[in-house]
Design a protein around this ligand. Sequence first.
Ligand SMILES: Cc1ncc(COP(=O)(O)O)c(C=O)c1O
Length: 340
Amino acid sequence: MFLNHGSFGACPAPVFEAYQRFQRELERQPVEFLALERRLPELLDAARERLAAYVGASPANLAFTTNASSALNAVARSLDLGPGDEVLLGDAEYGGMQILWAYVAERTGATLVHRPFAELAPGPRTRVVFCSHVEWTSGRVNDVAALCRLAREAGALSIVDGAHAPGQIDLDLEALGADVYTGNCHKWLCNLRPSAFLYARPEVQDMIEPLVISWDFHAPSFPERHRWQGTINPCAYLTTPAAIDFQAKHDWPTVRRRCHDLLAAAELGLEPLTDDYVQMRGFRLEHPDPPELKRRLYEEHRIEVPVFESAQGWVLRVSVQGYNDEADLEALRVALAAEL
Ligand SMILES: Cc1ncc(COP(=O)(O)O)c(C=O)c1O
């Protein structure tokens, strides 16, 4: 039973086949495929334009990145912060990004201020507001548009971590109002790994240095400056349209609703961390040895479900994707009843 799409999930067969077609083409003549003066820019532009339309962004404001972490690293490490500056963050931010912000604070002398999402209120010293659109612990969908407005009024830069958003919630990035937004396409959009994007409003694009400085560093446009990060396999970027097409063809709003309803109906005997979720929901876990419980769920009950420690304590997080059904959640219910 696989209930951890939120970490890494399977991609649909037609998307994988599109990936293999690109991969074969690449290997047939790698220079023709990868060189900046040959096919790559055109291929990337076509994929980026489809992605931009899907997330409601101008293509000029969107760049492919390998993952949300690299997008946020590029942004956070470009900021000109100093002592006295405050970075305001949610209290349920992804662990890797908390480490990133701690690093930035240590290097610059800026202060980190953690608050629950509902209490995030930028003040006179706030230079940056950072929050998740969908929290990795609880699955809660935050009203980031309202917070981005507050940040703008306070003269602070808003950075939204939408790692779990594309595919799980409909996006209209130009309307949302974040200065900077990142989303993973390799999570809920069901594209191959690695594929993600960095969105930035035109006013802040020049401030963001590419994570890797190389051939495209002096390019005139934002997407181009972040394009060549050394040699990578770009095939997953190129299958983004196939993933979008797959979800459109299979009436994804209905799939999402079915997943949500399955999760809502699951009687796991645990206290949920939120009621505002879509396909992923975290539950508070009271157990003397959570890592042992996780091991037993996987090794004895054959259930892949994450158990981790967060600022909210120990959490068991359940993800429901199109390939899941009642039997998966029933298996989890039975296993938890036996173990708890
Ligand atoms: C909220 C959040 N932000 C960022 C990330 C990092 O994503 P990636 O590993 O694709 O960079 C994750 C990963 O699960 C996440 O949950």
